[in-house]
Design a protein around this ligand. Structure first.
Ligand SMILES: [Zn+2]
Length: 553
């Protein structure tokens, strides 16, 4: 017999991809329609899934390595459809202010952190939220000046849509803040005398951020490594990076060339900048199944917490304020139409009902002028939508990229912001799902914790980590477990054009999976948060193993 070239390749490949790993005695939720639950699966050393369930028997001629999972649970690797990978990495290197309960708390965290800083360095942190403090008002530079009279301090709000500077940091900004001027798409918060208080919202943040020395190549490298380690430890096997600069893309490419990626990265270009220009010139970039780019992220408006989300009517708790569009609707339309003309997917951050409407209008226009674009355009966050616009999202074939933990972080004050009517179209996961809108779930890390199990729990309970409120916040919008798991796996894969390769455990797909200590599809809700990620596997390779996991393969 003469071996044809493809057949020869197949034979050689088969041999070099042995042994085949067979996971046995497991509770495997495949997220595949045909056989959603099986007790075994097999993948080869090259990282391809060969069989699930009874089909594993057909592999007996191969060299097998049997792994008894002792009844543990396996799900497809989690994919976060909206995260900020470098942000997660730098968060690991900066003081983390998430969960601090007062300004005094923050100062003491900063003081402790300062001991490791060189004398002239900026002190940069992230994660404060005035809604967690007794007084619930924006802080001021004076709150920091006594503890830090000389060292510039810049603290990003938890949502990344406002920053808090001390006087030393304001002094280094190359802007004269005097007068009453305000930037387009942002706000310099001023006191009664018109002096800047130190809080800068949305586009105003750049005045201080521009003065911060950029991190060194070594620091950036370290941040990426920390982010990858963190992601693997929580069960993430993929992320959609929501705003990748050309420089960051080059860093990801280098990491991939070195074989150092442990997470599949789908990059969204960071707005109308060099990365978008590169994608428009070269078309899609695909580095096998590890790193790819064919989309761009734009912004419609700000965030609800800092009242920067653009609303159609006044904020319920701030009459006269309707928030901010980052740019005029015509400008957003031009951006969207331009990117759609390059054949790209467009992903737009929209929080308020006006922000979401402007996005729907922009997509309608782009669809008319570029009917050949492959679509799957996304709205990122989709937080507050006018009831009359919910159906438009379905009709226009858009993907809703939503973050369940945003709802459980915002539920304490969201209704104060928008009132009892508009809240009905807010965080409306189940309503969108029923309308047939594809959901892609994520966390928006480092805005929220990256743990997908926390997102899964929030999706099905609409409760916070302490279990509040009983019965869930507007529980009618909760997802069932199947849909929640789908959103963090195959739904996210679809939103990144990767549903044929990852997102479910099926023969022919890549072996991205997570071994869990308990069956999250069955256990009582409150036990989900106690469930441990025992192992994270990407492309058949163990990239994280918990001490309790024991020997794997
Ligand atoms: Zn984001």
């Amino acid at each position: 017999m003469i071996l044809t070239l493809p057949l020869l390749a197949a034979v050689l490949n088969t041999a070099s991809c042995d042994p085949v790993i067979v996971l046995e005695n497991a509770v495997i939720h495949t997220v595949a329609e045909a056989s959603p639950r099986v007790d075994r699966m097999a993948f080869d050393r090259c990282g391809e899934i060969l069989a699930t369930g009874d089909a594993v028997d057909e592999l007996k001629d191969r060299q097998l390595k049997l792994v008894d999972l002792k009844g543990r649970t396996v799900v497809p690797g989690f994919i976060d459809a909206h995260g900020h990978l470098m942000g997660l990495g730098f968060q690991q290197l900066q003081p983390n202010l998430m969960g601090t309960g007062s300004k005094a708390d923050i100062v003491s965290v900063l003081k402790a952190f300062e001991t490791q800083l060189p004398e002239e360095a900026w002190l940069v942190g992230r994660g404060w939220d005035q809604n967690d403090w007794p007084e619930k008002a924006f802080p001021t530079r004076q709150d920091l000046d006594q503890a830090f009279p000389e060292r510039p301090v810049w603290l990003e709000r938890i949502d990344g849509h406002a920053g808090w500077a001390n006087s030393a940091a304001l002094a280094q900004a190359d802007r004269d803040f005097s007068g009453s001027w305000q930037p387009e798409g942002g706000r310099i918060v001023r006191d009664e005398e018109g002096q800047p208080t130190g809080v800068l919202v949305d586009t105003a943040m750049q005045f201080v951020e521009g003065a911060i020395p950029s991190p060194s190549a070594d620091e950036t490298e370290l941040a990426l490594d920390r982010a990858l380690t963190k992601a693997a430890s929580v069960g993430l096997t993929g992320v959609h990076d929501a705003g990748t600069s050309l420089a960051t893309w080059a860093r990801y490419e280098k990491k991939h060339r070195e074989g150092g990626l442990t997470l599949r990265v789908y990059a969204m270009a960071d707005g109308d900048r060099e990365m978008l220009a590169r994608l428009c010139r070269s078309g899609h970039i695909q580095h096998d199944n590890w790193l790819w780019a064919r989309s761009v992220k734009f912004y419609a408006d700000g965030a609800l917490g800092s009242r920067g989300a653009a609303l159609l009517a006044d904020y319920h708790d701030d009459p006269g304020n309707r928030g901010l569009l980052i740019q005029p609707p015509e400008a957003l339309r031009a951006q969207v139409t331009g990117a759609a003309g390059c054949g790209l997917q467009v992903n737009i951050h929209a929080i308020g009902d006006r922000g979401n409407r402007v996005v729907l209008d922009a997509y309608a226009r782009a669809a008319a002028s570029h009917p050949d674009n492959p679509g799957r355009h996304r709205i990122e966050h989709v937080q507050v939508v006018a009831l009359s616009d919910l159906e438009r999202i379905a009709e226009q074939g858009l993907v809703a990229s939503m973050q369940p933990t945003h709802a459980t972080s915002d539920m304490y004050w969201a209704e104060d912001r928008v009132g009892p009517q508009r809240i009905r179209g807010a965080y409306a996961w189940a309503t969108l799902e029923k309308l047939g809108v594809p959901l892609a779930l994520g966390s928006d890390f480092p805005v929220e914790k990256p743990d997908p199990l926390l997102g899964f729990y929030a999706s099905i309970t609409r409760r916070d980590e302490s279990g509040w409120p009983e019965g869930g916040w507007r529980a009618e919008e909760a997802l069932n477990r199947q849909r929640a798991l789908y959103g963090f796996t195959l739904g996210a894969a679809y939103a990144g054009f990767a549903e044929r390769v990852i997102g479910s455990l099926e023969a022919g797909k890549r072996a991205d999976l997570v071994v869990l200590s308990a069956d999250i599809m069955e256990i009582p809700e409150e036990q989900i948060l106690k469930t441990r990620v025992l192992a994270t596997v990407v492309d058949g390779r163990v990239v994280f193993r918990h001490a309790d996991a024991g020997e794997l393969w």
